[in-house]
Write a protein that binds this ligand. Structure first.
Ligand code: PLP
Length: 359
């Protein structure tokens, strides 16, 4: 019997953060950069209120959420497209721009989904070296050829936790050919408060050749609902609507997202929590000779070269304390683990555990 034969895409699969490990009861997941405090209670209320309507389709183009986003960020709703996670925006972007043989520049340790989607559309992935786990504008520019269509950059980047300054980003856009699309992934921008940093949206909202992505999975604590959005020129966004699946954002995500965005108090609290704990954890990591990035987001990339145990052993020993971190094997970052900042109780438990493991 001859069976239908699917195309072999030969695309690397994304390895998500582990939720469980061996037979550990009630593991504490610190492997996916999820929110420490969870979503706004107002988002939960909105979900409760809408739950009897889930037999109805959602709005096709997320108009009500776009209106709220437009007011909050002072941007044009016609230039916004919402997606099932920012993932879907990467997918639509690659679908819209890439043909086999096109080149896409990513940075060495850049967020891996960017290159996964670009490979799905058969683009050639060109890797720009980083310097001390930080993207380099010169290296990116050095990789550009006449086949380059897109440059992806997450700022700050996951998993390195480093970022390009406002001036570096401006320089990058200025020196890139104007017909190369610069995609700036703003997933963690809310956590970073530094004088030399500005979000992709604030920096490029008037540019026609930049596409910015944002997510509800991090500061807004709605990772499970899959909600994100993109912002670019009218031409690009209109072309994306042309290929977007109808009803791509489910109605639960829409009602929750609207309340999450409006709840400034909750967002402020989540940022304050992260600022406080990222400082504390940073100094603990330093004390134990774990090399890491400055606090910039809700996670740390931890290197174990100068500790008495290596990252594999640290992973196992922390797992024995129920703490599941992210291995960096897929990113090919040696002797390292990534830690997501949790709630107070979890962070205290981590600090105590790391202390007893490395003492
Ligand atoms: C840099 C970066 N961009 C995007 C995402 C994913 O966002 P979403 O859940 O909206 O698809 C993540 C999630 O880990 C991320 O680290």
């Amino acid at each position: 019997m001859t069976l239908p034969k699917p195309i072999n895409f030969k695309v690397e699969r994304y390895i998500g953060g582990l939720s469980e490990f061996k037979k550990i009861d009630n593991p504490i997941k610190l492997s996916a950069n999820e929110s420490a405090l969870g979503p706004s209670p107002k988002a939960i209320q909105a979900i409760e209120k809408d739950k009897n309507k889930i037999f109805k389709y959602p709005e096709s183009d997320s108009n009500s959420l776009r209106e709220v986003l437009s007011k909050k960020f002072n941007i044009d709703p016609k230039r916004i497209i919402c997606g099932s996670g920012s993932d879907q925006i990467f997918d639509l972007t690659c679908h819209l721009f890439l043909e086999p043989g096109d080149e896409v520049v990513v940075t060495e340790f850049g967020f891996i989904m960017h290159r996964i989607y670009a490979s799905l559309y058969k683009a050639k992935i060109i890797i720009a070296k980083e310097k001390s786990f930080k993207a380099s504008v010169d290296e990116i520019l050095g990789k550009v050829t006449d086949k380059t269509k897109i440059v992806f950059i997450a700022n700050p980047n996951n998993p390195t936790g480093t970022y390009l300054s406002k001036n570096e980003m401006l320089n990058l856009r200025k020196k890139l050919r104007s017909n190369i699309l610069l995609v700036v992934d703003d997933a963690y921008f809310e956590f970073l408060n530094s004088e030399d940093f500005i979000s992709g949206l604030d920096l490029f909202k008037n540019s026609n050749n930049v596409l910015i992505t944002r997510t509800f999975s991090k500061i807004y604590g709605l990772a499970g609902l899959r909600l994100g959005w993109g912002y670019s020129s009218k031409e690009i966004i209109n072309a994306m609507y042309q290929i977007k699946p109808p009803f791509n954002v489910n109605r639960t995500a829409l009602v929750a997202g609207i309340e999450a965005i409006k709840d400034n108090e909750w967002t402020k609290r989540a940022i304050e929590h992260n600022t406080l704990w990222s400082k504390k954890i940073f100094s603990v990591l330093k004390k134990f000779n774990i090399k890491t990035n400055e606090p910039t987001a809700n996670f740390f990339l931890m290197n174990f070269d100068e500790t008495k145990i290596n990252s594999d052993e640290a992973f196992e020993r922390l797992a024995a304390e129920k703490l599941i971190l992210r291995k960096m094997t897929q990113y090919k970052i040696l002797n390292a683990l990534r830690l997501t900042i949790g709630n107070k109780e979890v962070n205290e438990h981590f600090i105590k555990s790391v202390g007893s493991i490395l003492k």
